[in-house]
Every structure is written in structure tokens, then in C-alpha cells.
Design a protein. Structure first.
Length: 202
């Protein structure tokens, strides 16, 4: 036979659970506070990135708070032949925007769009830093089917050295000679520049 638990005991148990829940929430908050803030805040996605397949580098630049990624180096010069806009199918892929208007939506995440030159489609996308030298790029179709890859940070190409020999693993290559300021002007116009025009650009 089961005995009915007194109401006083039931209220006591409930009070204990509320106390434990409050302690757990406090530990979560303080744990986040103890995390090293510089480890996240110091991460910066701007710079030069080698795509997973190694055939191109994408330069990510900040155009007045929005991140854009343009093809800054490629092994084989190509054109945007799959673009749905027929007037753009002859434009060179070098200098072409790949990451479009990425805005920071949370700590270490930027959301926007990504253009896939292999099929001519534009997808919703986000980028985040796995570490200071690894960038996770993820694109989604209809917000459901998602795929991604990791890009590796590299030094900007040296455009002053002599062209590589034909037998070099780097040949043939193309480098984007535009400065970040000129890229922003080309992509978004004067509104893409910071209030102090030219600040922070190469």
C-alpha cells in the first residue's frame, strides 16, 4: 500500500529542485565568464584563405561592417560561364565576389550568401573560425540541405616575384592586384568604405 506524501514534504522537494536549478544556471553563466574572451574576440576572418580543393584563394575584406570574399588567386584563369546572367558569363573569375555581404549575427559567426561558380547558384551561407587559421564555410539550400568545407589561412600572394616556371606546381596562376579599398568601391560603392576613408585597407 502506497502512503500519501504530506504536502509539506512535496513543497520541500520542489524548493530543493529550484535551488539546484538556480545553482546550475549560475555555474553555466560563471563558466562562460571564466572562458578566455581574447580567444574568441581576437579571431578575425579577414585575410587570405585557400579553399579546400586548393585551386583558388579567397580574400575576405571588411566593407564598412559587411564581409565580402573575392577570388584573389587562382591556378587556372577562368570565366564565370555558369552565371544565370548571360551578360556576366564572360567575366573573369579572378576578382569575382564569392562571399556576399556577410554580417556578424553572433560571436564568431557571419551570415550572408555564397556564390558557387561551378553551378551559377547563390546560397545562404555562414562562416565561422574553427581557429585563427581555419575558417569553416557552410552553405545551405532552402535552409535545409547544408554542406561545408574548411579553408586555410595563407599569406597574401607575392605579386612582385618572377612568374613561376611552367613545371612549377604553382603555374599558371593569376593574382588580384586590387587593393581592399578598390574592391569595396567596385562591389558596393562609396558606402562600402568606413567613415575615415581608406582606414584599414591595404
Amino acid at each position: 500500500m502506497f502512503m500519501r506524501m504530506p504536502m509539506r514534504a512535496i513543497l520541500g522537494i520542489r524548493a530543493k529542485w529550484r535551488f539546484y536549478a538556480a545553482v546550475a544556471a549560475l555555474l553555466i553563466v560563471t563558466g562562460a565568464a571564466w572562458a578566455d574572451p581574447t580567444e574568441v574576440s581576437s579571431l578575425d576572418p579577414t585575410g587570405e584563405w585557400l579553399v579546400a580543393k586548393g585551386w583558388a584563394r579567397i580574400r575576405i575584406i571588411d566593407c564598412n561592417g559587411r564581409l565580402w570574399g573575392v577570388v584573389s588567386w587562382e591556378i587556372y584563369p577562368d570565366v564565370d560561364s555558369h552565371n544565370p546572367d548571360s551578360s556576366k558569363r564572360s567575366r573573369p573569375t579572378l576578382g569575382m565576389p564569392i562571399l556576399l555581404e556577410m554580417a556578424q549575427t553572433r560571436t564568431n559567426q557571419w551570415d550572408g550568401q555564397i556564390y558557387n561558380a561551378e553551378d551559377g547558384n547563390t546560397y545562404s551561407a555562414n562562416i565561422s573560425l574553427v581557429s585563427s587559421n581555419i575558417l569553416r564555410v557552410q552553405g545551405c539550400f532552402l535552409g535545409i540541405l547544408c554542406g561545408g568545407e574548411n579553408w586555410t589561412r595563407v599569406n597574401p600572394p607575392n605579386t612582385n616575384h618572377a612568374p613561376p616556371s611552367p613545371n612549377s606546381a604553382e603555374a599558371p596562376t593569376s593574382n588580384l592586384l586590387e587593393t581592399d579599398k578598390h574592391v569595396c568601391l567596385r562591389l558596393v560603392g562609396p558606402s562600402g568604405l568606413p567613415p575615415e576613408s581608406g582606414r584599414g585597407y591595404r
